[in-house]
Design a protein. Sequence first.
Length: 469
Amino acid sequence: MPTPRSPHAPGHRAARLAVVDPATGEAFDEAPDQRPEELDQVIARAQRAWHGWRADPAARAVALRACADAVETADDDLARLLTREQGKPLAESYAEVARTAARLRYFADLAPRTRRLDDGRPMRSEVTWRPVGPVAAIVPWNFPLQLAAAKFAPAFAAGNAVVLKPSPHTPLATRLLGSVLAAVLPEGVLTVVTGREPLGARLAAHPGIRHVTFTGSVPTGRAVAGAASATLARVTLELGGNDAAVLLDDVDVDRIADRLFWAAFRNCGQVCMAVKRVYAPARIHAEVVEALAQRAKSVAVGSGLDPGTRIGPVSNAPQLGRVARVTRQALAAGARAAAGGHRLDGAGFFFAPTILTDVPPDSRVVTGEQFGPVLPVLLYQNLDEAVEAANGTGYGLGGSVWGTDLDRAEAVAKRLECGTAWINHHAELSLAQPFAGVKDSGVGVAGGPWGLYGNLRPFVVHRPPEVEV
């Protein structure tokens, strides 16, 4: 790969971030731990780049397609580095890289539409769209590349420059992605900054940033929104999820068990819209628990670089501690582990894929977001009770209903209080669809044309029908 122009802000040599391989628990590389004071220079460069970048939509579309090609060319390096720092199986990392390229290509083909307003007056009113200005994209550690692209691809297509901050747990693949894109994009259109807090807070509050887009936890999202409010910057927040899967009494357990299991355990359960609770009717509850437990006990767990691995480690030590804590609390309160329920011996941040039953409904593993390889299966006596429980948390990202009668399943799905509901599958998204949560799960919309317009503001010109004297 040719040496590209660097997209990174100047690092402070005395401050570095150790990057840990979650499969070993040992540091294997480092990244700059940049100072918040460096953001002034970074954002000034983004503002200068924005003026030229926003002026030529056709050139932007060409550049985004070239970015997609560059990402695909670098897929081996990106995927392997992503697995090394994040832990996910290599096949999932390749899929994430492919999704990153696909999103760039999708937004290259989108453009805002000019609209002529007809309100019955002789005045001609035309609505066009302008980019909002430099965008801050703050990205978590579970899908560093895919979620970065979900933020910068629509921002680029709209004509904005982007300052991208990955999690300090996963800075390396994002820095490499920034270098790959820097070979294609004009200087300053994308800058990657890495570091610990308060770097993200300072970025969100910077007066040169006009849109802050963040994916992460609810408490951090509230802090980001508060920081951005100081400058009245626009915010898009994709926050936590506690998605419920409601199984109907006509469901074929054997047919759905694999899909249901992987809807909960892909990326070691570290997916905002993963299934995090299952509600099963009393008649088939034991069968569901057994089917999921068999898969949890037999699935290959190990280093993501091992071709046979299906579930990797928890991505970092703090998250491993959280997963262990909520599981321990549930077991102490009377839950039973039908599979797993404990850390795995040896090096690395491995937790046994866990299926919990007899879980008290007020347990943190039910009401919160475990974000790891632990799935409670709860018994219900009537469907209204299950729907009420599914809707009974502060989250509202996604949900699903599983059954043989699709009309009935759809009717139940429409009762779920969430942004996206699936029937007989879960956590599958099209690039063209909106993605948004309700309640504590988010503010604003990502995905599809909605994601593009979230990076634009309307501009209206009124013109009389003839020259006025």
